[in-house]
Design a protein around this ligand. Structure first.
Ligand code: FAD
Length: 275
């Protein structure tokens, strides 16, 4: 099972490029395509427009929805709009407000949002939530984070997508611990293709994903040689995905960053196994 993640383009040109990328990716018949949502609703319109475009192309689309800083009434209205438009899949998140904003609003954790969606809309949505094999950066401990993840699943989530990682053992350990805690729902690895050293290191710092030292040093040693970075990244990420699928991962959710080529190269490397 393959799914793709996009972000709402900021310009008309970006929207045209993304539409072209999507057409190429659809050849892999994704189970769904998800569209990110800016904290505090900053991309609300862009998320909805991109979701509409995906649905008009005959694909299943899942808007991300972050609840931090939001009120119950605004989330309820958005859920109703999604249902009216026939959207039946959602990625439910807490989100992050810019530093200094605290955690205001009526929702404090993603579990509150999941429970609210179920309360308001019953089983109308398939709900995905986020999982962190390398532990969420704000968690007090791995055990605490697992407990909160389990609460979020029990609040009514159907499946989970992980933050990206490059260490398959972190995923297996997290999945096995979650299953031991009674979670039976699929936990799908989120996969970040490697195409740029600086971008990857910047993103990873922000979201608490670890780039292992050997990968970081090698990437840095390639300097501006994009071809070398792409070739190395392709090899590393394909090997990671093979290990994950061999170890029973139920699918792959690819963070496309709105680019078709890296995801297509990965799927080509994996051949029929990812279908
Ligand atoms: P939560 O599940 O609420 O967890 C956040 C932290 O709170 C964790 O440390 C957890 O252990 C702790 N916690 C949970 N419950 C409790 C409790 N009851 N008491 C005390 N502590 C608790 N961000 C966006 O803004 N837009 C997006 O579109 C987006 N998409 C994402 C997609 C995926 C697949 C992933 C993995 C992340 C995405 N994010 C997105 C980032 C996400 O919003 C951040 O990682 C955010 O910091 C946490 O969101 P969450 O839903 O995992 O929060």
């Amino acid at each position: 099972m393959i799914s793709f993640e996009f972000f709402p383009p900021k310009t008309a040109e970006g929207a045209v490029k993304l539409a072209a990328a999507r057409q190429r990716l659809y050849a892999h018949r994704p189970a769904f395509c998800s569209v990110t949502y800016g904290a505090g609703g900053s991309t609300q319109d862009g998320t909805l427009q991109t979701v509409r475009a995906i649905r008009a192309e005959g694909m299943t689309a899942a808007p991300h929805l972050s609840c931090v800083g939001a009120g119950r009434a605004s989330i309820a209205a958005l859920l109703r709009q999604y249902l009216d438009e026939g959207i039946d899949r959602i990625v439910a998140l807490r989100g992050d407000l810019p530093s200094g904003y605290g955690l205001g609003g009526e929702f404090h954790h993603a579990a509150d949002l999941v429970a609210f969606i179920r309360e308001q809309t019953g089983d109308a949505f398939h709900i995905e939530v986020a999982a962190y094999p390398e532990v969420h950066p704000q968690a007090r401990s791995p055990q605490d984070d697992l407990t909160h993840f389990a609460q979020k699943m029990r609040a009514g989530a159907n499946s989970a997508i992980t933050q990206y990682f490059f260490n398959a053992d972190a995923y297996f350990r997290f999945r096995d611990d979650a299953y031991a805690a009674g979670i039976e729902a699929p936990i799908v690895p989120g996969i970040m293709p490697i195409t740029s050293a600086s971008q990857l290191l910047r993103f990873s710092d922000m979201c608490g994903a670890e780039v292992p030292r050997w990968i970081r040093l090698r990437l840095q040693s390639f300097g501006d040689d994009r071809a070398a970075i792409t070739a190395f990244g392709r090899e590393v990420v394909a090997a990671l995905c093979r290990r994950l699928l061999d170890g029973g991962a139920p699918g792959l959710h690819i963070y496309t960053l709105n680019q078709a080529d890296p995801a297509l190269a990965l799927l080509e490397d994996l051949g029929a196994r990812s279908a």
